[in-house]
Write a new protein. Structure first.
Length: 363
């Protein structure tokens, strides 16, 4: 494998938009209720089994912390608690948890579970025969309120209609990379120390508590770089677009790489293109393969379902200012911010400026 020089420590997490800039701006997450997400399982609970399913509304807390509270409440190890994905702390989130209680199935009747905790609200409960796993849910339904929107309403309406019909680039969101890209810095250090050039002969792999998050951030960043180049060349939407600048790619894939070990099934043209885009990241690619992660592919286009919106007057400012409520469903592993950034520039509110530990969020 070809070895290249040191990885640039200055990671840019600003990626090109697919649509033209409209000059519109809005405040995002001015209040906690401005960002709501509800997890949709997509399957029915059997009412029987050893796993107690709990639908919980959390406000301002992260998923792992709620899982720890549930483990403590039911006197089980945290590994007995399952959930589909990590939801953003700066949101009102309704999501499902499962707790493995093999000895209590007959002692706890469905629908009468009581958890006295002011930090979250239990909505409903039932039994099922399997633990809840990551990414097992069907989709997430978002309701986002954007405050003090400035811009042409007609143009914004037209852009949202475009997004509904054509989708947006399926970028990983900023939260994947940590506050100010910290997860990427940690990933670079981990890849070099444990799997790359700085690894000593005979050195055993060490399991870092957050190692999985850093590795995930690294391969997500490489995916974003490939997608960004596709966006620049205006060939991110369809395999039918045969030309990407000077490169002839007649069977250009509609997916991008999630780097890891294993045989690549794409055509030589696709592999050549992606390797060229990631040329200066060869050291990362080699280290990710050595880490044991398996080669995967991710869709380049994110198609929101049930996209709708409505306008409200923002009379506190002026007649030219409006609030905009946008609702839509996204599949697991997708980011609502990828959609929002395609039709306006988001101004950070107080909540947005508060550092949050990045997660492999499914929102």
């Amino acid at each position: 494998m070809t070895k290249v020089g040191a990885i640039n420590k200055k990671f840019s997490i600003s990626f090109p938009s697919a649509y033209s800039h409209l000059g519109a701006t809005a405040f995002f997450r001015s209040e906690l209720e401005d960002f709501r997400v509800e997890e949709k399982l997509g399957f029915s609970l059997s009412g029987q089994g050893e796993h107690l399913y709990l639908q919980i509304e959390k406000r301002g807390d992260n998923t792992r912390w709620i899982a720890q509270l549930l483990a403590k409440h039911f006197c089980v190890d945290e590994s007995a608690v399952g959930y589909c994905g990590l939801k953003d702390r700066r949101a009102v989130a309704i999501q499902w948890f499962s707790v493995h209680l093999p000895d209590n199935e007959k002692l706890i009747a469905p629908g009468v579970v009581r958890i006295e905790d002011t930090r979250f609200q239990l909505i409903t409960s039932s039994w099922h025969d399997r633990k809840l796993r990551r990414g097992q849910h069907k989709e997430n339904y978002f309701t986002v309120i954007l405050r003090e929107v400035s811009g042409d309403k007609d143009l914004l309406d037209f852009r949202l209609k475009q997004i509904a019909s054509q989708g947006v680039p399926n970028y990983f969101g900023e939260q994947r990379f940590g506050f100010n890209g910290k997860n990427l810095m940690e990933a670079d250090s981990l890849l070099r120390r444990e799997y790359g050039a700085e690894r000593k002969r005979g050195q055993k792999k060490r399991n870092s508590p957050r190692g999985g998050i850093y590795l995930s951030a690294a391969r997500s960043y490489l995916f974003n770089l490939v997608l960004a180049e596709r966006v620049r060349r205006n060939c991110w939407q369809s395999v039918s677009k045969a030309l990407c600048s000077a490169d002839k790619l007649p069977d250009f894939s509609d997916t991008g790489p999630m780097w890891g070990r294993g045989r690549r099934m794409e055509s030589e043209d696709v592999c050549r293109f992606e390797n060229k885009v990631l040329l200066e990241w060869t050291e990362w690619m080699n280290a990710l393969e050595f880490s044991g992660l398996q080669q995967e592919r991710r869709q380049l286009v994110l198609n929101p379902r049930e996209l709708s919106w409505k306008w409200f007057s923002h009379d506190k400012i002026s007649e030219d200012m409006f609030d905009l409520e946008v609702s839509f469903s996204l599949p697991p592993g997708s980011y609502a911010t990828s959609l929002l950034h395609e039709f306006l520039d988001v101004k950070k509110s107080y909540l947005e400026e508060t550092p949050v530990l990045a997660t492999s969020a499914s929102i």
